[in-house]
Design a protein around this ligand. Structure first.
Ligand code: FES
Ligand code: FES
Length: 398
């Protein structure tokens, strides 16, 4: 992973990214800026066009790490931009879109033409938009929309900007490459290490909006304060979690660890860090974590909220869980929602059983099931057994 810092839509963003991650995936998956569309992912269709340091660029063939220090503007960042507002109105008036898939990239390229073309010349507009493909409109409405905006602006006395403000061309179409080149590689490495250190800090584990969420609960035959104390002991919690291990010395607020998951043909070792929050008054807590697996090129963000509820006159505890997660990469393509829920349910059940045993005084050792990986095949058979049993009971019950 490489640490980068850039400005996206006037907001400072620091992140740790795989060197192979392209900018379009970065803004869509990490920042939820899904207005940047992906078509060919080969630099041909222009659907992914956005601005880097004010210049249109194809984000599908630009690595996110190449944009360290750059100013990126996506279509969402042009909501209040004067030219884009005029273009949006003209596109609507001239019926310049149908499905709209090409439109964000088209608007960004069109904005560049409006900025720099001296006159509404159809030939230049068609040449300028030749890198943005539209499968719906036939281009007539698009060209007419761009022409009218250029025409109206020149009539209002707004002069073109020579070269659209370009200073020089670099790897990402801007002067950013020149400033980067003046910084020695040692200095860049130091900055990177500094950023990684910062990202590894507690503050670097950001809040996020989970793509998926579900809830679960279990009951243990021990009073809430004992369970709460136990949940505050990170090493013991990890020991109760199948496939989990710690990779650093935990504190009360932070833990670094790994969890092994096998899902069908893919085996993943997620390594990451989590931020821990506890509310003693309400016997509740929250764990927010990030992790990635190099082999399957998958990454995840997850959040677990728990609330302890006393039951049986306070002699037992119901642990209510609310779990949210976002998964990206190869695992996201095969891990269907239902399968993840079932796996989480099995994981929760194993955790509850181990927690119960631990609180009852059992010492969990490496030979117990807690050290095994979260094996998808055995889970799958377990799940199939459970589902078959449910179906049989349903049939018999009729
Ligand atoms: S998706 Fe980038 S050019 Fe087609
Ligand atoms: S409006 Fe559908 S691809 Fe352009």
């Amino acid at each position: 992973m490489t640490a980068i810092g850039l400005t996206v839509n006037a907001r400072s963003v620091e992140a740790s990214v795989e060197p192979r991650t392209h900018l379009a995936d970065f803004v869509r998956d990490n920042l939820d800026l899904t207005g940047t569309h992906l078509g060919c992912e080969h630099g041909v269709c222009g659907a992914c066009t956005l601005l880097i340091d004010g210049m249109p660029a194809r984000s599908c063939i630009t690595y996110a790490v190449a944009c360290d220090g750059a100013r990126v503007t996506t279509i969402e960042g042009l909501d209040d931009d004067e030219i884009t507002t005029e273009l949006r109105a003209a596109f609507t008036r001239e019926h310049a879109l149908q499905c709209g898939y090409c439109t964000p990239g088209m608007l960004i390229s069109a904005r560049d033409l409006v900025l720099r073309l001296p006159a509404p010349d159809e030939r230049s507009i068609r040449a300028g938009l030749s890198g943005n493909l539209c499968r719906c409109t036939g281009y007539v409405g698009i060209v007419r929309a761009v022409r009218t905006v250029i025409d109206q602006r020149r009539k209002r006395g707004i002069a073109p900007v020579v070269g659209g403000g370009r200073q020089m061309l670099g790897p990402v179409g801007s002067g950013n490459a020149r400033s980067a080149a003046t910084v020695g590689s040692a200095a860049r490495t130091a900055t990177n290490v500094e950023r990684l250190d910062k990202l590894a800090g507690t503050m670097a584990i950001p809040d996020f909006t989970p793509a998926r969420a579900f809830s679960d609960q279990f009951t243990v035959r021990h009073p809430p304060d004992r369970v709460f104390d136990m949940l505050g002991d990170v090493s013991r919690v990890a020991a109760c979690l199948p496939g989990a291990s710690l990779t650093g010395v935990p504190t009360r607020e932070r833990v670094e660890g790994a969890i092994r998951v096998k899902l069908g043909p893919i085996s993943a070792d997620f390594r990451g860090a989590a931020r821990i929050e506890r509310d003693v008054e309400n016997l509740s807590g929250r764990i927010v974590g990030i992790g990635s697996d190099q082999r399957s090129r998958s990454s995840t963000q997850g959040e677990i909220r728990y609330q302890l509820v006393p039951t049986d006159q306070g002699t037992a505890t119901r642990v209510e869980l609310s779990i949210g997660y976002s998964l990206r990469g190869m695992l996201a393509q095969i891990a269907r929602d239902g399968l993840i829920r079932d796996m989480a349910a099995r994981l929760t059940a194993d955790f509850a059983r181990n927690l119960d045993r631990y609180l009852a005084g059992d010492q969990l050792t490496g030979s117990t099931e807690v050290s095994t990986s979260l094996n998808g095949i055995s889970l799958l058979f377990g799940l199939l057994r459970t589902r078959m049993r449910k179906v049989i009971w349903r049939v018999i019950g009729r």
